[in-house]
Write a protein that binds this ligand. Structure first.
Ligand code: PMP
Length: 401
């Protein structure tokens, strides 16, 4: 009954965003939500996106008819090629299929439902820590055996590789393992290529099912191929695997919900029945995906000139983040802030896992109106040349205090 409904816990990142929005402090800084900001601390509509949007608006042949249940094929095929590499044998051999989904989150949800209901998996692993939504998505899709593998080592402020391997070695067969394909959220720490090879060995030995969450391709290093390295390694080694792709960050299309679900299998004959099952999962949840964002991405990925313009945008975004990393580390070191700060530039992607405690983040919010998550994760894009001194001095104060 309605009267019996318990209050659910708030989603922290939206809670922190609201605190920022409500603050009237003139120097307030938002380091919470994972969204790109320009050096003026403004959201950025990529110029190539604006251009394609104008073309779409002027194109009188387009309409608002439903897309097919599995979405726009020109989009999903191009997206899969971007992740696997256009010449990947799985594509030529017909062992890959891709489906347009509701961004990264919706892709994970359909993947989880497919794995649980159709393939009967019930155990899933995620890294400690991970993006806050992984647990929720998989449990809501029906998984009941929730497990974690070690990832972050607070002492070295890097990867706990031995812990990760040990936990995966002890995983029961047929566990699904969620892996971040690059720019791990929230730590910004990725395995090295050698470490990825060892992870692949364990996944193979233990008969685990790899699921790659790809939310930052191109955004991490500015190089689409480099950021897809781990996914391609697994695909080349012949794993059956799933990858979900988000175009929120690398295209700045957050609210358009543009995503792709890509599945690589060993036997091409399973693809038709598999797609028919995914069709039912989608039909019973949202029926079919929206078209605007997928049309934009499809046009850009399928046109050499637009693709080139987009790659420049990615470089601008990732480059600005790298500059902010350097700037923050330099300032903290100059201020003599206790502790080591080289992890800020060693980490990649949108976030830095600063090592700041929940108390210190609270202190930053209360005294300086600088808003970050209680885990100490900061969105590097929230830093600008205009506020970086203020933030560094505030962090110095929080650490010394
Ligand atoms: N996975 C990870 C690791 C993420 O950080 C995000 C975005 N915060 C997503 C998936 C999905 O985001 P979206 O649903 O906007 O594509």
């Amino acid at each position: 009954r309605f009267a019996d409904i318990q209050q659910a816990p708030p989603i922290e990142v939206f809670h922190v965003m609201k605190a920022f929005a409500d603050s009237t402090h003139e120097k307030k800084v938002n380091l919470s939500v994972g969204a790109y900001r320009t050096d003026e601390a403004k959201p950025w509509v990529l110029p190539v996106v604006r251009k394609v949007e104008a073309e779409l608006a002027a194109d009188m042949t387009l309409n608002h008819e439903y897309l097919p249940i599995l979405g726009l094929e020109s989009f999903s095929t191009a997206a899969a090629k971007m992740l696997l590499g256009a010449s990947h044998p799985a594509i030529a051999e017909g062992r890959m299929t891709a489906v347009q989904v509701l961004s990264g989150t919706g892709g994970l949800r359909i993947a989880a439902e497919f794995l649980h209901r159709i393939l009967k998996y019930n155990t899933f692993y995620f890294s400690t820590p991970t993006w806050g939504n992984h647990r929720l998505i998989f449990t809501q899709a029906g998984f009941t055996d929730v497990r974690q593998y070690r990832y972050w080592d607070g002492k070295t402020k890097g990867l706990d590789f031995d812990g990760m391997i040990e936990d995966l070695q002890n995983a029961p067969e047929n566990s699904v393992v969620i892996l971040h394909s690059c720019a791990h959220n929230p730590t910004g720490v990725d395995p090295t290529q050698d470490q990825w090879k060892k992870i692949a060995d364990v996944v193979e030995e233990r008969k685990l099912f790899p699921l790659f969450d790809s939310a930052y391709q191109g955004f991490a290093s500015g190089d689409l191929d480099k950021d897809a390295w781990a996914v391609r390694l697994f695909a080349e080694r012949g794993f059956e695997m799933i990858a979900t792709q988000s175009f929120s960050k690398n295209f700045g299309l957050y609210n358009e919900r543009v995503g792709n679900l890509m599945i690589v299998v060993k036997d091409p004959s399973v693809i038709v029945p598999m797609r028919s099952q995914i069709t039912l999962l989608v039909r019973g949840s949202y029926s079919n995906p929206p078209s605007h964002g997928a049309r934009i991405v499809s046009r850009v990925l399928n046109d050499e000139a637009l693709f080139g313009e987009w790659k420049e945008c990615i470089k601008i975004m990732s480059g600005r983040i790298i500059e902010m990393r350097k700037g923050l580390q330099e300032r903290l070191e100059k201020l003599g802030t206790p502790g080591t700060w080289n992890h800020i530039t060693a980490q990649i992607g949108m976030f830095s896992f600063t090592g700041l405690s929940a108390e210190q983040s609270k202190y930053l919010a209360e005294k300086y109106h600088i808003y970050l998550l209680s885990s100490g994760r900061i969105n590097m894009c929230g830093l600008t040349t205009g506020n970086i001194d203020y933030v560094a001095e505030a962090i110095n104060d929080a650490v010394c205090n």
